[in-house]
Each structure stands twice: as structure tokens, then as C-alpha cells.
Write a protein that binds this ligand. Structure first.
Ligand code: AMP
Length: 613
């Protein structure tokens, strides 16, 4: 069903995109028909459709579901039952998503064919970039790409993040020679499981080949900024490697070492290059450092929409005016959409969903003045339960309305049926007959630094555990809120706490014990989910959690501010996460003490046997 095309042929690529978007309705119908015809006999669909593959029946009978509904099926597959429970095609691996369930990563089914679908999707990005940026085939891309830990399920299936799966697949490593696809990082450096060695080697290769680099990037903005921080810490050593032509001894991963040594050899020991990089890096400011180190770079390709938007100012500082390009919108469940105007400003980025990737439906949501997502049933609650009749409210891809907000629901080729992705999107326009969406936010996520997604409930659970450390000492936590502080790299979670002594009206700050407060910081971290703890411990992409204690009345001042902004006094609830700079400033100006976690939280790859207990 996937049309073949050569990504080097821009004209053919653009024509294909025109066809896909012009025929969005027909393609969506075919996709649903194909998914139903193939999978009608699965245990899951049998339960609702009794073996029929009628599209109208599907819409009437198959419920809209969340992860908790499909989790038992996925766990059965992980434990060795056949794929046919949910998918006629063999489930070849499980993709661990950054969303969590019960503190553990969610797992999405994947098939061999799905890898081809992803490759098709990546190929579609090529003509779009070429349309707006000339001569990308005249040089290389310095893309800093990484793999993450994987586990094997009891049945022997691999469970790992979607990009790890893709980079390790033949589709990536045997990618046909494609002149728009030449990276400075040898595959062995991308596939190195030691993230520090991987980062060092990829930066070394990128620096050595600086004259050839026409674009730089990473998948998410957070990863790219981590690379800049790494460069800040290691430029001296990197320069000395370039000068001597030898890679540092601590690079012990053999395939990685060999690949980098080969590149160093090709480029010969190079004192001039080392001097030049040293000069730039030792300058008084790193403003525009990317342009200085890679002068031919035309743009920085990183996702800067959604929670990644918080990194735009920092990226602009280092990029010195280079465009920030968010090319795609994707997830472990499915790859969704492409940005047809890659050079548009980050705030104007919209993604066009590609109609052949899955069957897309949309659950309307409303936004109120307070910027809060409110379901059309009028509740502000964002719980996973759906009213029974909400099946009727789903809208097809081609029927969404301009300016309206929706939650994305997908039916995939890999065994997810009417699955709520959890992303809220807004329709900004149409490309031919295919709607374009701005990513608004992820349902129920309040804090995110890297791939972590912490909900209000997750935060409450962790704070409740930390409170237990303080309570025996007579302290009461009367209010709390939080924000993601990304002013330094890596960013970290900040909690504002207002404390009170039980029965006494005294200044708490005099009584605060630093060790105990640090223990509170680590307790919160220990009780946040496994993705947070992985980012903290393994990826080091999140810094130590901080608690800022504010003086009495700090949260009253926050309430006054929110009321001024239009919240109703009667209905006011302390926001558990604040984003407004003014709100943060109000609390910051009342901070009496700050404490940081002194321990890295525990983390090990999750274990299937524990999950399924
Ligand atoms: P995961 O399943 O861990 O790969 O996470 C997928 C989620 O990341 C999506 O459902 C979105 O919430 C978020 N995401 C992916 N791509 C983008 C994007 N281009 N802009 C904003 N958020 C994104």
C-alpha cells in the first residue's frame, strides 16, 4: 500500500505529498478498510465486531480507549501469547513510550511493516526540506542521535524506545545511498550504548568535518542543548584529539573507537583546525557558537514545539539567528505529521497529518479563557474515562474545523484501535484536503524537561511521600507548586513549598534542617516515574530537583496574581505548575531557602515480571 518513491527525486516526492493530501478522505477510508479487513479476526476486534470489517460498525461498536484498556493485551503478548490477540501481523517488538502507566513506560506494539512505514515517512521529509533550503546535497548533517537501554520481555520480544528500534534496524543501517542523508556521525557512534562515549565521538566527528556541515540537529531541542553543554565541558580534550589525530583512551567501545579513528585519519592531525576551535570556544561568550563552529550551517533541526518550546531562547542564543526547524510530529504509537513549512517561526509551526500512516479521528475539546482544557461535556477534569456516547463525538480527519481543538485518536496498522494519544492539537489550516495542526500540549502533563512527562498526579504522589519526611518534625506543607527551570543545562524541576510549624506561629526558616530538606528533594525524585529517573540517572538530561521554601503568604500573593489575571476567587485552586514568568517571579521574591537533591534516584531498566505481577 505504501507508494515507492526515490527521496532524491524532489519533484516526485512533492507530487506524492500533493496526492496524499488531496486524496486524504479516500486514503483514510482505504486505511481503515485495510486495517479492519486484516485484523477483524483478532481477539480484540472480535469482541466488538464479531468478525465483521464494516467501517460503520467499527465506528459504532469499537470504543475509544486509553492505555490502561489495552495494557492487559500488550502484557499478554509480552508474556508469550500470540500477536493475533490484537494484530494479524506479527508483533515483532514493543516500543517503550515516554508516557508512563503505573510508573513504568507504556509499551506500544510494532511490526516489521511498520519500520517500512517509518522509512517512508522519513523519506517524505526530504523533498520538503529541499524545497525551502537549497543545496543540502552539497554537504553533511551533524545529527546527534542516540540509543537508549532496551530489555527483553519474558517471551523474548525486545522492548525499547522507538528511535532505538529504528536506528538499530536494517532500514537505518542499510539505508540506501541518499545524498540528502549523509551524516557526520558514523552509525557505530550512534549505536554505541554508552551515551557519554557516543556523545563525545559524535561531536568529535562533527568538529573534524566542520567544513562539510550544512545542518546540525538532534531529535529534540533538549538533546541538542545537552550536546552544547557537553561541548562546553570537553572542547579542550576534543581539540587535543583533533591536534594529535588520536581519540582519547577512555573511548573504549571498539566499534565506536575504530569508526572515529578512521575519520580522524582521513582528516589527518590538524593543528589549524584545533587552534580555530579552541579560539572560538575560549571566547568570552558562546553567543552564536554554532555558526562559528559550523559556519556553513543553514539551520538547526530540532523539535521545538510542545514542551520543547521552553528551549527556544537558549537555542536562539547559541544559534545566533539560525532558523530552528521542527520537521515532524511522531510518537511510539505511530508517526503522525510533517511540517510543510520547515522555515516557519517555531510559534507558527503546524504539522500536516499524513493520511496513509494510520486512521485518524479527533475528539473535540474546548479551551476556556484560563487556558485550561475543558472537555465538551463541561468538566474540567482530564481523567481517562470517557462518556459512553463520546464515540459519537469523534470527527474524521477531513471533517475537523479550523480553529477547533481536538484530542488525537488513532487506529494503527499495529494493533491499536481508537486509541487516545493524549495530545491536544489545534487546526490551523489545510494543505489541499489534509488539515494542519498546531501541537497545543499533552493532556495531563505539567512538567517536562527532556522526554519525561510528569502529570499533576505523579507530582502529588511524590510530594505526598516527601511530606512524610517532614511531618514527624512538626512541619506542615500548606501549599506547593512547581516549574521546569531550563535557564541552565540540564534543566531541573523546581518545587515551591510553603511550610508551617504545627501549632506554632513562628518563622519556619529558622527551624529548617538542610539535611532533612535535601532528603525531601531526593524523596520526591525517588517517587517520580521511571522515565524521570532514567533521565536523571542514566541520560543525565535532568539536573537535581530543587525545593524553594517561600515565606508565609507567598501563595496568597500567587493567588492575588492569578485572580488579577482572571481566575475566579471562588473557584481558585493553586496551580500545581506555573509557567508565567511573573508568577515565578512573585514566588521567587519570597524564597527564604533553597535545597537541592544530593542523590541520584535509583533507576534500572524496568522488568516485565514486575509489571505484570
Ligand atoms: P513517545 O511516545 O515517547 O515517542 O512520545 C511521543 C509524544 O511526544 C507525542 O505524543 C507528543 O506528545 C510528543 N511529541 C512528539 N513530536 C512532537 C512535536 N513535533 N511537537 C510536540 N510534541 C511532540
Amino acid at each position: 500500500m505504501l507508494p515507492l518513491f526515490d527521496p532524491n527525486d524532489s519533484e516526485a516526492g512533492m507530487k506524492l505529498l500533493e496526492d496524499l493530501t488531496s486524496n486524504a478522505y479516500q486514503i483514510q477510508q482505504q486505511v481503515l478498510q485495510q486495517i479492519l479487513a486484516t485484523n477483524a479476526g483478532t481477539e480484540y476486534l472480535m469482541g466488538f465486531l464479531s468478525g465483521q470489517s464494516d467501517k460503520q460498525l467499527f465506528k459504532k461498536k469499537v470504543p475509544v480507549v486509553s492505555y490502561e484498556d489495552v495494557k492487559p493485551y500488550i502484557e499478554r503478548i509480552a508474556n508469550g501469547e500470540p500477536s493475533e490477540i490484537i494484530s494479524a501481523q506479527k508483533i515483532t517488538e514493543l516500543l517503550t513510550s515516554s508516557g508512563t502507566s503505573g510508573g513504568q513506560p507504556k509499551m506500544m506494539p510494532s511490526t516489521a511493516e511498520d519500520l517500512d512505514r517509518k522509512t517512508f515517512f522519513y523519506n517524505l521529509l526530504v523533498p520538503v526540506l529541499n524545497k525551502y533550503v537549497e543545496d543540502l546535497d552539497k554537504g553533511k548533517g551533524m545529527y546527534l542521535l542516540f540509543i537508549k537501554p532496551e530489555i527483553t520481555t519474558p517471551s523474548g520480544l525486545m522492548a525499547r524506545p522507538v528511535l532505538t528500534s529504528y536506528y538499530k534496524s536494517k532500514n537505518f543501517t542499510n539505508r540506501p545511498f541518499n545524498r540528502f542523508n549523509i551524516y557526520t556521525s558514523p552509525d557505530d557512534t550512534i549505536l554505541c550504548s554508552d551515551s557519554k562515549q557516543s556523545m563525545y565521538c559524535q561531536l568529535l566527528c562533527g568538529l573534524v568535518q566542520r567544513d562539510e556541515v550544512l545542518r546540525v540537529g538532534a531529535v529534540f531541542a533538549s538533546a541538542f542543548l545537552r550536546a552544547i553543554k557537553f561541548l562546553e565541558d570537553y572542547w579542550n580534550e576534543l581539540c587535543s584529539n583533533i591536534r594529535s589525530g588520536h581519540v582519547s583512551d577512555w573511548i573504549t567501545d571498539l566499534s565506536c573507537r575504530n569508526a572515529v579513528s578512521e575519520i580522524l585519519l582521513l582528516n589527518k592531525a590538524n593543528s589549524d583546525l584545533a587552534d580555530l576551535i579552541e579560539r572560538e570556544c575560549s571566547g568570552s561568550s558562546w553567543e552564536g557558537i554554532i555558526k562559528k563552529l559550523w559556519p556553513r550551517t543553514k539551520f538547526i533541526e530540532v523539535i521545538v514545539t510542545g514542551s520543547m518550546a521552553q528551549y527556544i531562547p537558549t537555542l536562539e542564543f547559541f544559534g545566533g539567528g539560525l532558523p530552528l526547524v521542527s520537521t515532524m510530529y511522531a510518537s511510539s504509537e505511530c508517526y503522525f505529521g510533517i511540517n510543510f513549512k520547515p522555515l516557519s517561526k517555531p510559534c507558527d509551526v503546524s504539522y500536516t497529518l499524513i493520511p496513509s500512516m494510520a486512521y485518524f479521528e479527533f475528539l473535540p475539546v474546548q479551551r476556556n479563557v484560563g487556558d485550561q482544557v475543558v472537555h465538551c461535556n463541561g468538566t474540567v477534569s482530564d481523567q481517562n474515562c470517557l462518556e459512553e456516547d463520546q464515540n459519537d463525538k469523534l470527527v474524521d480527519l477531513v471533517d475537523v474545523k479550523l480553529g477547533q481543538y481536538y484530542e488525537l485518536v488513532v487506529t494503527t496498522f499495529t494493533g491499536l484501535y481508537r486509541y487516545r494519544v493524549g495530545d491536544i492539537l489545534m487546526v490551523t489550516g489545510f494543505h489541499n484536503n489534509a488539515p494542519q495542526f498546531r501541537f497545543v500540549h499533552r493532556r495531563n502533563v505539567v512538567l517536562s524537561i527532556d522526554t519525561d512527562k510528569t502529570s499533576e498526579d505523579d507530582l502529588l504522589k511524590a510530594v505526598t511521600k516527601a511530606k512524610l519526611v517532614l511531618e514527624p518534625l512538626g512541619f506542615l506543607l500548606t501549599e506547593y507548586t512547581s516549574y521546569a527551570d531550563t535557564s541552565s543545562i540540564p534543566g531541573h524541576y523546581v518545587l515551591f513549598w510553603e511550610l508551617k510549624m504545627k501549632g506554632k506561629n513562628i518563622n519556619v526558616e529558622a527551624e529548617l534542617d538542610g539535611n532533612i530538606m535535601e532528603e525531601c528533594c531526593s524523596t520526591v525524585e525517588e517517587w517520580l516515574d521511571s522515565i524521570y529517573r532514567r533521565c536523571r540517572k542514566k541520560d543525565k538530561s535532568i539536573g537535581p530537583l530543587e525545593i524553594r521554601v517561600v515565606k508565609q503568604g507567598g501563595f496568597d500573593a500567587l493567588m492575588d496574581f492569578c485572580v488579577c489575571q482572571g481566575s475566579s476567587v471562588n473557584q481558585y485552586k493553586t496551580p500545581r505548575c506555573i509557567k508565567s514568568e511573573e508568577a515565578i517571579r512573585i514566588l521567587d521574591s519570597r524564597v527564604v531557602a533553597r535545597f537541592f537533591s544530593q542523590k541520584t534516584p535509583s533507576w534500572e531498566p524496568f522488568r516485565m515480571d514486575i509489571i505484570s505481577e
